[in-house]
Structures are given as C-alpha cells and as structure tokens.
Write a protein that binds this ligand. Structure first.
Ligand SMILES: Nc1nc2c([nH]c(=O)n2[C@H]2C[C@H](O)[C@@H](COP(=O)(O)OP(=O)(O)OP(=O)(O)O)O2)c(=O)[nH]1
Ligand SMILES: [Mg+2]
Length: 149
C-alpha cells in the first residue's frame, strides 16, 4: 500500500468525571448512528486549537449539558487506538456547581454511583478509568464537599 493512503486521525479529548454531593457521577449516552453510538461515556469532547484541556472541558460541559462545573484536578490520560482513530483521553475530576443536566447533544444523561458504572456499556478505552475510579472510592469524599449540585 502507498504510504499516502494511510490516514490516521488523532484526537485530544477533554473528559469530565463530574461528581455531585451524593457521590454520584454524571454519565451520558452517545447518540445512535454516530461512532460508538448507544454507548455511555463521561461527557467531553475534542480540544480545539488555542484552548487548554480545562477550557475545553468547561466549554463542552456547558454546550452538551448546560451545567456549571469546577474542573478540579487531572485523574489520568488514556491513549487508545480504535482502528485508525487514536484518542488521547485527558480525564479530569470535576465538581457539579449548578444547573440540571440536559441531554443537549446526547441521547440521555444519568447520575450513577461508583458501582452502578458496571451496569452500563462504555467504550473500550474507559475500562481503566472506571477501574481507577472504583479503586479510589468516593473521590476524597467528593473533594471535601465542595461544589453546589
Ligand atoms: N467524551 C468522551 N469521549 C470518549 C470517552 N471514551 C472514549 O473512547 N471516547 C472517544 C469517543 C470519541 O472518539 C472521542 C470523543 O469525541 P467526540 O466525537 O465526542 O468529540 P467531539 O464532539 O468534540 O467531536 P468532533 O465531532 O468535534 O470531532 O473520544 C469518554 O468517556 N468520553
Ligand atoms: Mg462529545
């Protein structure tokens, strides 16, 4: 095969693990008829040029869910290859500050606890994120009860 025919896409993705005061995490379901449609994920999206990952997360969460969050700290970066799509998931721990999550760009949103995460189908790259979250427990008692949600 000619080298020019090989197309590899790379995407840097800002991903938010958003916690409420009850120790629940917000998950959203990808729209049907899209890449990995129907699977559940942590909200987020592609980092645009000129923005930091934190800015990307703030923007995506406001666009996708219409809520306010505080981006608190980085959890992990997962590099994963879906055939010819390389994604680098830059995952951050976040607190829900206010607003009721709306499924503005997804099929459905839900608050779930750490153990309920096992009941939903996530993309392959999420396995390690979920394992780490469950290992860590309720994120330092929801970062000492910050946030407002
Ligand atoms: N947001 C998010 N994306 C994830 C997760 N796990 C996972 O593999 N992904 C993958 C799916 C997509 O290939 C990519 C996210 O891209 P996207 O298509 O939702 O992002 P976007 O809305 O900014 O995309 P675009 O149309 O602007 O290219 O990362 C996850 O937990 N959250
Ligand atoms: Mg997205």
């Amino acid at each position: 095969m000619n080298i020019e025919n090989i197309h590899v896409s790379r995407k840097l993705i800002g991903v938010a693990v958003i916690w409420n005061k009850k120790g629940q995490i917000l998950i959203s379901r990808r729209l049907p008829n899209t890449f990995m449609g129907g699977l559940w994920e942590f909200p987020g999206g592609k980092v645009e040029s000129g923005e930091t990952v934190e800015e990307c997360i703030q923007r995506e969460i406001s666009e996708e869910l219409g809520i306010n969050i505080e981006v608190v700290e980085q959890l992990i970066t997962i590099n994963h290859n879906y055939n010819n799509l390389y994604v680098s998931l830059n995952v951050h721990q976040c607190l829900h500050i206010g607003g009721i999550p709306q499924p503005l760009e997804c099929d459905e949103v839900r608050w779930v606890n750490l153990y309920e995460l096992d009941d939903f189908a996530f993309p392959e790259a999420n396995t390690q994120i979920i394992y780490l979250l469950q290992e860590n427990g309720i994120w330092q008692q929801v970062k000492c009860k910050g946030g407002d949600g």
